[in-house]
Write a protein of this length. Structure first.
Lengths: 121, 248
């Protein structure tokens, strides 16, 4: 079973991804911000992280940079409600496995799970 | 410094000098405003989309129709939020327009694709043989096109399709005409043969189009509505082509 950590300060976004990832037979853990995410990763390493760009405190891009350095094997999928092209460019530059603009469609979610984490329906 | 004062300094730019210009909202304010408004609308769209995909169980045909309508309106809301935030930003004197050269036809196809409509399925007819490369703010153009298509698809009369016609003009503009089939697009064809009197109105009469009109102007273009005798209104969008602007 693929273990996914969802990091998002928005409870609605967490709930939605949690429910949908569970329908894909993923084991889901939830973090409310960057600090919470780092604690959860240290205590139990997931296969992949779904990380929101914009969060208070440690932002998504900052956390992506840290995780890429400390855990290079970890697959990190960035999510964002921003429509700015700069966000996509920054995410690519920092080495995320994929970028999913919100709202995330079921098709795109499954494709990313398959391409980045070897998930099969 | 209090939290309120810190937030105020982050969101409002002002000087202690009595002769200085009036306070202005900072770029951070508009960035946060955009995020705060977009987040719930995006969430709404996400939940609707997953319900339609059957993630929470089967949906009946009636439920599907209701959800699809809710989804269309959530998308429109999201587009409107982007436009209104850009408008506030422009009104506050902030930089809105970052121009670059890009293919207008590609943006039209991307905007149509983002609505989940395939041109071959009949709802939209694309007539874009002219491959104009324009010089404008891509975000504004993308949002404007999406907004126009959303509102036009919601309003076209039964039995008609939405026609998107693009042509390069002698004045070095790319002109996009979006209209139901058999409407003012035909009138435009007549006009080119000398029938100017077919156009009755060039007014933009609603809030959403007015917002689009201001933003298009900010990026060097023009937007207006033409209503012809016996025809449906057509939305016209003129944007500067790249060669002229880039070399001037």
């Amino acid at each position: 079973m693929t273990r996914i950590l969802v990091v998002d300060d928005d409870p609605d976004a967490r709930l939605l991804l949690d429910a949908v990832l569970q329908t894909c037979d993923c084991e889901v853990d939830l973090a409310i911000d960057g600090r919470d995410a780092m604690h959860r990763i240290e205590s139990r390493m997931p296969d992949g992280v779904f990380l929101d760009v914009r969060m208070p405190g440690i932002g998504g891009l900052e956390l992506l940079d840290t995780l890429r350095r400390d855990h290079p094997q970890l697959k990190i999928v960035m999510t964002s409600a921003s429509s700015a092209d700069e966000v996509a460019v920054a995410i690519r530059t920092l080495g995320a496995a994929a970028y999913l603009p919100k709202p995330i469609t079921l098709h795109d979610l499954r494709k990313v799970l398959h391409d980045c984490l070897g998930w099969r329906p | 410094m209090s939290d309120f004062r810190k937030a105020q300094k982050r969101f409002v730019s002002e000087s202690e000098d009595a002769d200085s210009p009036p306070p202005r909202f900072t770029p951070e304010f508009f960035s946060d405003l955009s995020h705060e408004l977009r987040a719930p609308a995006t969430s709404l769209q996400g939940y609707i989309s997953y319900l339609l995909d059957g993630v929470a169980g089967d949906v009946t045909p009636v439920q599907r129709e209701f959800l699809e309508r809710a989804g269309v309106n959530a998308s429109r809301l999201l587009t409107l939020i982007g436009e209104v935030v850009d408008l506030f930003r422009a009104e506050a004197g902030g930089a809105v327009s970052r121009r670059e050269s890009f293919s207008l036809a590609d943006e039209v196809r991307a905007a149509v694709g983002s609505l989940g409509v395939h041109p071959d399925e009949g709802a939209i007819e694309l007539m874009m043989d002219a491959g104009a490369v324009i010089w404008a703010d891509r975000q504004i153009v993308r949002r404007t096109l999406t907004g126009i298509f959303q509102r036009s698809l919601a309003k076209i009369p039964g039995g008609t399709r939405l026609r998107v016609h693009m042509a390069a003009r002698p004045s070095a503009e790319a002109l996009l005409t979006i209209s139901p089939t058999e409407s003012v697009a035909t009138a435009n064809d007549n006009r080119s043969r000398g029938s100017f009197e077919t156009t009755l109105s060039r007014e933009v009469s609603d809030v959403e189009l007015s917002v689009m009109q201001v933003l298009v102007k900010v990026t060097g273009g023009r937007l207006w509505v033409e209503t012809a005798i016996g025809g449906h209104p057509a939305i016209c969008l003129a944007l500067p082509v790249a060669n002229r602007e880039a070399t001037s």
